[in-house]
Ligand binder design. Sequence first.
Ligand SMILES: NCCCC[C@H](N)C(=O)NCC(=O)O
Length: 476
Amino acid sequence: MKEIIRKKMAASPVLRWTVLGLVSFTMLTGYVIADVMAPLKTLLEQQLGWDSSDYGLFTSGYGWLNIFLLMLIFGGMILDKKGVRYAGVLSVGLMIGGTLLKYWAITADLGGAVSSFSIGGHSLFSVKSQVLYATLGFAVFGVGVEMIGITANKAVVKWFRGRSLALALGINVAAGRIGTAIAMFGSLPLARMTGNPGAPLAVCLLLLCIGLLSFLVFCVLDRREDRETETLPGTEKEEEFKLSDIVKIAKIKAFWYITILCVLFYSAVFPFLKYATELMIQKFHVSPGFAGAIPALLPFGNILLTPLFGSIYDRRGHGATIMLIGSALLVCVYTLFAIPALTANWMAVVLVLVLGAALSLVPSAMWPSVTKIVPYRMLGTSYSMIFWIQNWGLAFVPLLIGVVLKNHCIAGTVVIDGVVSTRYDYTLPMLIFAGFGALSIVFALLLRREDARKGYGLEKPNDELQTNSTTKTQIP
Ligand SMILES: NCCCC[C@H](N)C(=O)NCC(=O)O
């Protein structure tokens, strides 16, 4: 059986890399939208009258449904039960629906309407209706984009298992980073050129439709491959998701270390990007038209570095150490960002590049490492559990930063593009991010110790272990 699959896969490398290209392109189109509003914070405040906590609420909406309605976990279950094709098309559909709602909210004239929520006559909170609808749209989109992340991972594992898997996973992550770079680089200039904060979203919607087409082509190839594989002698149906798998995964200590490391690490990076453009304008005095370009360097660096570190891990190992180094870099970067006297443009560029190296190191080692900790048949569920917990951080850290900025960091006003805007002191938010980095170091160390105790092989080359352990668990 092992040999038959190996021969089949070896016979179609072009097909495998084409599949990776198609799935990764769909990821890319989703990731553009995930970050497209980030460079527009100041513009939303200037043109739509939002403040930092409106923006923080909107940004946090990304994880609401995933977290509170357990959509990510259900997404993992749907993926495991219905397969990558069904889950992928559903994901893109959700992304399109959510983005349409967000676009409508941003561009419609709601006349400054406010939505109030109360229980038993007690007013809970009020929020601008525009912010609420945009947040709901982002929440629906968030379900789709997280689900496509898990689906893409599973599709890559399906096509690449036993063959350059870490490199392929790294390339898939890199595609997501290209999407983030496009958003960081293009969004603000487009919105300023058109004078419309909704314009980047409209372009993204078009891109997402092309992403859907790309995924549909993948579905055709994947279906054909499945049919051919089914006809091979000795082919067994893969085990389906069982609820009891969640309990089994939850009993693995190293799974929790990697999950907590994941939430801490990502909470210190992605939420930073939501505020990075404003940080560049306000702390480093970068012109608004160019401000998105510096944070955009971060994902650009990842595009090359993530597959590079992935293939180093494949060939030389040191997965837990790679995650440790990435976490340590976070502390250095954010401590330097926090120092008020450091305001030189070049310093911002250097720090963003180092942060980019950290964001390449950790994911390139983290996602393949999960395959060494949990058995293959539980991998989809494991990824969805990790993403679910990570989403708590992605939802609440931006909100926390928005609230901290509004309540503790207002330092007067500043004129940006001829418009008087609130000036923020970003020292405290940067120290919060540095704190997440410090905690990440602790969990990376715990993970390394647990690996030494249990012998997961996180420090060993993937290529060595892929033939030894992964194929053993994947192919009966
Ligand atoms: N800005 C998109 C955030 C995606 C988060 C997703 N759960 C994830 O962790 N993906 C892997 C990665 O490294 O981007």
